[in-house]
Design a protein around this ligand. Structure first.
Ligand code: HEC
Length: 130
């Protein structure tokens, strides 16, 4: 089972209220991602909310390894996701780590990324993923 699910069940209400998207991005995402500054370990996230749908983004951010490899023990991640596999091929061998975030927190994070993407376009290998 995904660790994030267990954590979400334990801490649900309190953590959603205290969530600071900007702080979350700079502590847990910026080490591997820029917004408009090109590839780091992971893809440039400028405009990511335009290129992918929200449901996919939430699912991917929660448990990227499950999206890339599939997880027979997890109903939602049983088989690899074709788009996640294509993205991984461009950025391997690094796999994005599982993030212990709830959907509501990820929505706030995505709103922050969207805001920070204004006037910027992604650069790097992510543009080769169609
Ligand atoms: C250890 C490095 C690392 C961290 C930390 C990380 N990522 Fe990633 N991320 C990656 C890599 C690498 C990929 C490309 C897929 C792969 O190889 O796993 C990726 C892919 C993505 C994608 C897909 C991009 C697209 O164009 O479809 C999104 C969205 C994303 N990350 C968001 C986040 C967010 C939000 C955080 C912080 C909560 C985060 N990542 C933290 C490394 C990381």
């Amino acid at each position: 089972m995904k660790i994030s699910l267990v954590i979400a069940m334990l801490f649900s209400a309190a953590s959603a209220m205290a969530f600071d998207a900007k702080k979350e991005f700079s502590t847990n995402c910026a080490v591997c991602h820029s917004i408009g500054g090109g590839d780091k370990t992971g893809p440039d996230l400028a405009g990511v909310t335009e290129r992918r749908d929200e449901k996919w983004l939430i699912k991917f951010i929660q448990y990227a390894p499950g999206m890339i490899d599939g997880d027979p023990e997890d109903e939602e991640y049983k088989t690899p996701d074709p788009l996640a596999v294509k993205i991984y091929k461009k950025y391997k061998p690094i796999k994005m780590t599982e993030q212990m975030l709830e959907p509501e927190q990820i929505k706030k994070l995505l709103a922050y990324i969207k805001e920070q993407s204004k006037g910027k376009t992604a650069k790097g290998k992510i543009l080769e993923v169609k």
